[in-house]
Design a binder for this molecule. Structure first.
Ligand code: GTP
Ligand code: MG
Length: 430
């Protein structure tokens, strides 16, 4: 079973608290503040690891937490940063974060930071000013970012085999490579993608065999839809078309069905170069196979290579291999594939803007106000509000941020209740 999807919860480490401390030495009468800063919390980072094949390990465990940082200490000792938590995923994994950002991890070693550790709090030494020589406040560390991550593995293959169920895709893969996919005389034999390696004289190509597609596959019918993602990153598709379907269906209609499903799934898939492999040629007289091939060449206006193949006799398989090697120029699979090129690599992706500065003020009742915003939340999270000096500092910050004047503009009077990021205060700005 190929585990190609997982959903996990990640949490970056919290920042360490800043330290409130004063120097004490026998022969120094008035020791100054010497509280060190807290460390930075550990980030959560996904790392592309080619020793992994699928997302199996993430089925069993869903929560991943980076360690928090150490707190600052006296004598200006800063807390140690929390270690980065690395989560290894196989090449081809797409990491979709709760905030909407998407990272494609294709190349071993490639990294994507998905959750940043919380900033450390500043120690009291940093709050020394000309008028405040003995600051009795220090900041608390901030919480790390957290949220749900959707992991989706999209196999990295050079060539994808597509076609109706029973068309002979797996038989082709089995004949051309050392892969041993299940082959049987009924539709939907293949239940999950299988990769095989085609050995060329100078290099190898990876071929992906996916479950058969049926009409409506792109909307979820049959098995194929989920697996179309696995051919998204190929550079060429081989459309396998049964020359003599046992169910008596018309190959022309069958061809149209598959092409329409590819388009409906993703226009980029439909835009991939294509070869048409007319399969099971041994089941029809050679002249008939030749005639069919000529008709297909005419129908496709020579835009797509048409080959006659038989996995039973081996006819045309050598030619197909040669054609695949010829039409796929040497380059690493996937990274530069047309289907994947729209999505920038993770390392080029800008993460997200730093803390917003904005806040909003509202009057919520008679002499009651509320102030919200990311900066407000961070400010409050940083301070111990039972500490008078810290509270005075917070009020000073609110004033400098323009929060107090915004409150006054809404009719605020000293002593009124103000809900700051969910906590109620009776505010007496000095
Ligand atoms: N005579 C003959 N039979 C073939 C050939 N290729 C495949 N078959 C038969 O066709 C049936 C289906 O072949 P598969 O390779 O399993 O087809 P598939 O496209 O992988 O089918 P799904 O996995 O169900 O989508 C099997 O019974 C094969 O033995 C061929 O070249 N000649
Ligand atoms: Mg199959």
């Amino acid at each position: 079973m190929l585990y190609d999807k997982a959903r996990i919860y990640v949490q970056a480490g919290g920042g360490g608290d800043g330290c409130l401390s004063f120097r004490r030495e026998a022969h120094v009468p008035h020791g100054g503040p010497d509280g060190g800063d807290g460390g930075h919390g550990g980030d959560v980072v996904f790392v592309c690891d080619d020793s992994l094949r699928d997302l199996q390990s993430y089925k069993r465990r869903a929560h991943y937490k980076a360690k928090r940082a150490s707190h600052g200490e006296g004598a200006l000792r800063h807390g140690a940063d929390g270690p980065t938590l690395e989560i290894a995923v196989p090449p081809g994994t797409q990491v979709a974060s709760w905030d909407g950002s998407v990272h494609d991890l294709l190349v071993p070693g490639q990294r994507a930071v998905v959750a940043r550790g919380g900033a450390g709090g500043r120690g009291n030494k940093r709050f020394t000013t000309s008028t405040r020589q003995t600051p009795r406040l220090a900041e608390r560390g901030l919480a790390g970012e957290d949220g749900w991550i959707d992991l989706r593995l999209k196999l990295l293959a050079d060539v994808g085999l597509v076609g109706l169920p029973n068309a002979g895709k797996s038989s082709l893969l089995a004949r051309m490579t050392r892969a041993a996919p299940k082959v049987a005389a009924y539709p939907f034999t293949t239940l999950e993608p299988v990769l095989g390696t085609l050995e060329g004289p100078e290099r190898q190509l990876v071929i992906a065999d996916i479950p058969g597609l049926i009409e409506g596959a792109s909307e979820g019918a049959g098995l194929g839809h989920d697996f179309l993602a696995h051919v998204e990153r190929t550079r060429l598709l081989v459309h396998v078309l049964d020359l003599a379907p046992v169910d008596g269906s018309d190959p022309v209609e069958n061809h149209t069905t598959i092409e329409a499903e590819l388009r409906a799934h993703d226009p980029r898939l439909a835009a991939l170069p294509r070869l048409l492999a007319l399969s099971k040629a041994d089941l029809v007289p050679p002249a008939e196979a030749q005639r069919a091939a000529a008709q297909w060449r005419e129908r496709l206006e020579d835009e797509i290579g048409v080959m006659i193949t038989s996995s039973a006799t081996g006819e045309g398989l050598e030619a197909l291999s040669t054609e695949l090697m010829r039409s796929l120029p040497l380059e690493p699979p996937s990274a530069a594939s047309p289907a994947a090129s729209d999505a920038p690599l993770a390392e080029h992706r800008v993460f997200r803007p730093a803390a917003g500065k904005g806040f909003s003020v509202q009057r919520t009742g008679e002499r009651i106000f509320s102030v919200e915003g990311r900066a407000i939340t961070r400010l409050l999270a940083r301070h111990d509000l039972d500490n008078d000096e810290a509270l005075a500092h917070v009020e000073g910050r609110l004033r400098r941020m323009g929060v107090i004047s915004a409150l006054e503009a809404k009719g605020f009077k000293p002593g009124d209740d103000v809900e700051l990021a969910g906590v109620m205060f009776e505010l007496h700005p000095g």
